[in-house]
Every structure is written in C-alpha cells, then in structure tokens.
Design a protein around this ligand. Structure first.
Ligand code: RFL
Length: 404
C-alpha cells in the first residue's frame, strides 16, 4: 500500500499562522504585516460571509485608538457616529445617563462589526497580506514541540498542513485552537442563566440612546446600528426557538417592555435577523501553550450584555502583535511570556462588569430559588435607584461601560 496517500497533500509555511478572520485575526494580520512578519490568515467561511456577519456595533475609545495608531480608522471616522447616552426604563420610572459626560468623559463609536471587518480585510490585502478563505483549521499540533503545525481542510476537501513558528488562535469559541489545548487547561465557564432573542430590524432607531428596559416580563434592549438599522434584544425562556415568534408579536412585546404607552411606539420594520443567545461566558487560562496563543472569543467569551467582546478582541490582538514582533523581529520573548497575564487582567475586568450588568438587567431564574424573586427584584431596583441618584455610582458606571 502506498503510504503517501495518507499524508497531507500540501505543505506550506508561515512564521505566524493566524486562525480566523474576525476582528482579532484580521487586526493581528495587519499588525504583523506592518511589522514585516511573514503570516497567513486561515478562515473557514467565505469572504462574503465574514464581510456581512452583523454582530457588534459599539466600539470603545480604546478600540478606536488602537485602530487610529495603526492607520486603520478611516472607515469608522467616515461612517461611525459617536454615542454617549443610555436610558433605563422601568415600571418605577425612567432615567437617562449621559455617560459620555461622566467618568472619564469617553464615548462609544457606533460602527457595525461587519464594516470594521471589511476595512481590516481590505487594508490587509492592500498591504500584501495572505489569506485563505473556505479553509478550515482542524487541529494545532506540536505546540510545545520544535515544529508546530496546523492541519487544515482545503476548499476542495483535501487535507493539508501549515508549518509555523507560532499559531494565533483567533477562531472563536468553537474553533480549532480551543480544540487543540492540552488536556487539563482551565476553562472557567459561567452561565448567567438567561437567554435573549437577538434581533436586527430594518427600522430607524426609536431612542437617541441605548435603551435598557427592566420589565416584569423580562429585559428588552434597543441599540442603534445605523440610521436605518436597529438591534433589539428580548429576554426569552431558555430553550425558546427564534422562529416561534411572529414579527407582530415581537414588536408588540418590544413596545410593551420598552414602554410605548408612556414614551410612544417604536419605529417598526422587517426583522432581518433573529437568533436566540444564551448569556454564558468563559475564560481560558492561560492563553499561551508553547507556540499556540489565543485572542478574542477563542480566549474568552463574554455575554453581549455589556458589549465587550469585539473590544477585547482588538485589545488582545494588539498586545499579541507587539509580543510576536518582539519575539520574531527583536528576539525578545518577555512580552510573549507576559501576554497571557496582561490579557487576562482586561478579560476579568470585562467579565466582572458584564456580570454586574447582567444582574442589573434581568430576573435571573437560578437566583429565585435561593433568595426569592421579590428579594432579588428589590435589589435590582435599589441598584437602579443608586445609579439614578449617585454621581459616584454614575462615574463608576460610565468608566466601566465604555472601557476595556
Ligand atoms: P469572530 O468574530 O467570531 O471570528 C472568528 C473567525 O474564525 C472563523 N473560524 C475558523 N476559521 C478557520 N478554521 C476554523 N476551525 C474556524 N473556526 C472558526 C470564523 O468563521 C470567524 O470568521 O471572533 P473574534 O475575532 O474573536 O471577535 C469576537 C467578536 O466577533 C465578538 O466578541 C463580538 O461580536 C461580541 N459582540 C459584541 N461585542 C462588542 O464589543 N460590542 C457589541 O455591541 C457586541 N454585540 C456581540 C454583539 C456578539 C453577538 N453574538 C454573536 C451573540 C451582538 C451579538 C448578537
């Protein structure tokens, strides 16, 4: 029998193989190319899929600064809009926080994630960066050995491998990087116990602020994405099916929770995307295993309650690019050795604030059994009252809300 038939058909090489073309992988690719480092990005999906996947929209000031530092902010300066207010609506009253004028006086920039990904991709290709779409990483091998490599499936189904000095796992929570972690790696998982029906509506925003409705029937959220598109969230039972709700029922429920009677009805339009999201989170620790380094959702998943995921991905990609440049260009491994601890410090701060926001916005079923729902609901309203009346609490909120 011819043994070569079992060997991968193709074998290619890059100093850094980056898995995943989301915000983390594409920013990292750009920064590596700018530093003169030989790299390739391997992406399972098609180019059009990654450029149209609507997810995040609220970019933190740190994210904007990172992109500005590296000449990658033209698109968001052209089309993004600054945003600095949120409004809490409850049966006991509503209040608005102009967080852009509180804390450190910082605002978000609203710029849809798919536009950011498109900008990063175009810039990367213009700079001569290599990328392979429809190429699925299967596993990272020998991360602790002298010759790390990644096995992949090519678009035509053939298997192949990429040899690398380093592999950057930026391929999300279900990617090959996580699958390749050594046995016993800590994965700290937490389930916040609530689920959202996440919706994208072709309808103009109805509030000039992020809207957080804390209602007896459950949470509802309103976030502008562009003058014509708005993201909404509706807390729903765990296990609910996204297609079980008619459009009319969705809008009626949003009107009810966000307070159409007191504040006027929402601008309605077709729901163009819907998905149930369970609010869970996790952190991998450490983020480095020899030649394999994790960034973005592959490193840590944050529930979308505080809009931290894409911002952490950008922060970590810059840290990782600097560390890899030190190691590969200057022969200095110190930043690489410290990468995991530095990134994890930011990740845990973001997890902490996300958990706080989640507790503020929801009736959390798991807690009802231990404390009673009246007790928990009253605590939430006391927290909201403190946020409404205490300037110190508002400053703390603003700093954490826009920060990573
Ligand atoms: P991504 O964007 O998921 O990209 C990973 C890429 O890896 C590819 N991939 C593979 N490629 C090759 N081989 C494999 N085996 C592969 N497996 C996967 C995937 O196809 C994909 O292209 O991860 P990255 O770069 O770490 O970026 C993370 C962010 O996308 C994520 O944290 C945010 O979208 C989270 N998030 C939000 N974050 C914010 O900062 N602000 C927000 O307002 C915000 N809103 C949201 C969100 C996430 C949401 N979802 C997904 C629940 C709203 C929603 C609805």
């Amino acid at each position: 029998m011819n043994e070569s038939r079992n060997l991968p058909a193709l074998r290619e090489t890059a100093d850094v193989v980056v898995l995943g073309a989301g915000p983390a992988g594409l920013l990292l690719g750009n920064l590596l190319v700018a530093a003169g480092i030989d790299c390739v990005v391997l992406e399972r999906a098609t180019r059009s899929h990654v450029q149209t996947r609507a997810r995040a929209g609220f970019l933190a000031p740190n994210t904007v600064q990172v992109l500005e530092r590296h000449g990658l902010a033209d698109g968001l300066h052209r089309d993004g809009r600054t945003h600095g207010a949120c409004e809490f609506r409850t049966a006991r009253g509503s209040f608005r926080l102009d967080y852009g004028a509180l804390g450190r006086g910082e605002q978000h920039t609203v710029y849809p994630q798919q536009h950011l990904v498109t900008d990063l991709l175009e810039h990367y290709l213009d700079a001569g960066g290599r990328i392979r779409f429809r190429t699925e990483a299967l596993r990272v091998h020998d991360a602790d050995g002298p010759r790390p490599y990644v096995t992949i499936r090519e678009p035509d189904g053939r298997s192949a491998r990429w040899d690398a000095r380093f592999v950057a796992g930026c391929d999300g929570r279900r990617g090959a990087a996580r699958r390749s972690l050594p046995h016993g790696t800590a994965r700290h998982h937490h389930d916040h116990g609530v689920s959202w029906l996440g919706l994208l509506a072709e309808a103009p925003p109805s509030l000039d602020a992020v809207g957080y409705a804390v209602h007896d029937r459950g949470f509802a959220g309103h976030m502008a994405r562009s003058p014509r598109v708005t993201r909404y969230y509706l807390q729903c039972p765990r296990g609910a099916r996204a297609d079980a709700w008619s459009e009319e029922r969705i809008w009626d429920e949003l009107d009810l929770r966000i307070g159409a009677v007191e504040h006027g009805p929402l601008h309605r339009g077709p729901i163009v995307e819907r998905a149930v999201v369970d609010l869970t989170c996790d952190v991998v620790e450490p983020l480095r295993h020899g030649a394999l380094l994790l960034a973005g959702d592959a490193a840590s998943l944050t529930a979308p309650a505080a809009a931290k995921g894409a911002n952490l991905a950008v922060l970590e990609a810059e840290l990782l690019a600097e560390a890899l440049a030190d190691a590969l260009v200057r022969g200095d491994d110190a930043a690489l050795d410290g990468y995991s601890a530095r990134a994890l410090a930011h990740i845990w701060r973001a997890q902490e604030f996300t958990a706080w926001m989640t507790g503020l916005l929801h009736e959390i079923p798991a807690r009802e059994t231990s404390g009673g729902s009246f007790f928990h609901t009253s605590l939430r309203h006391a927290r909201l009252d403190s946020l409404r009346t205490s300037r110190a609490h508002q400053d703390w909120f603003a700093e954490n809300y826009v920060g990573v």
